[in-house]
Design a protein around this ligand. Structure first.
Ligand code: HEC
Length: 119
């Protein structure tokens, strides 16, 4: 009896492992799809920028020569942005300049956006 059941059990395990792998691959595919990164930008990142940054970083002569109004400009300056918002409030180069430090939650949203990958 055992000899009949075992191959079936093994096959079941292999099949379920394969399925888990597929789910993991689907999640990676989703991350690589820029649509999701853009959605995350509009839903979570843009509100922070509009509330805390674009008052200075927008228009024809943005502060520091850096406009933070579009997906690509925010995306391209994420490393510099993370550097600035992680500095101590009041220290040189701290952003938002003259304002209060972003909350831990806001900073982690920016960090996640920075780490999201897409092609
Ligand atoms: C009150 C105006 C003001 C606000 C608000 C502000 N900034 Fe700035 N920002 C500046 C000025 C002025 C500079 C140029 C001086 C400097 O580099 O520190 C600058 C420079 C920068 C730079 C460096 C640009 C470069 O190319 O070196 C980054 C990145 C930046 N800001 C990000 C942000 C982010 C992100 C926010 C919102 C969380 C923000 N700033 C809010 C005024 C502001």
């Amino acid at each position: 009896m055992l000899k009949i059941v075992s191959p079936f059990v093994i096959l079941t395990i292999i099949t379920s492992l394969a399925c888990e792998n597929n789910i993991a691959e689907d999640q990676i595919d989703q991350l690589e799809d820029c649509t999701n990164v853009e959605t995350y930008y509009s839903d979570s990142v843009l509100p922070i920028m509009e509330q805390r940054c674009t008052i200075c970083h927008s228009g024809n002569a943005p502060s520091g020569g850096l406009g933070l109004e579009s997906f690509s400009s925010v995306r391209n300056s994420m490393a510099a942005t993370l550097d600035r918002v992680n500095r101590n409030q009041g220290s040189s180069g701290f952003m938002p300049q003259g304002g209060s430090k972003l909350t831990d939650n806001e900073i982690s949203i920016l960090q996640i956006f920075f780490e999201m990958e897409c092609e």
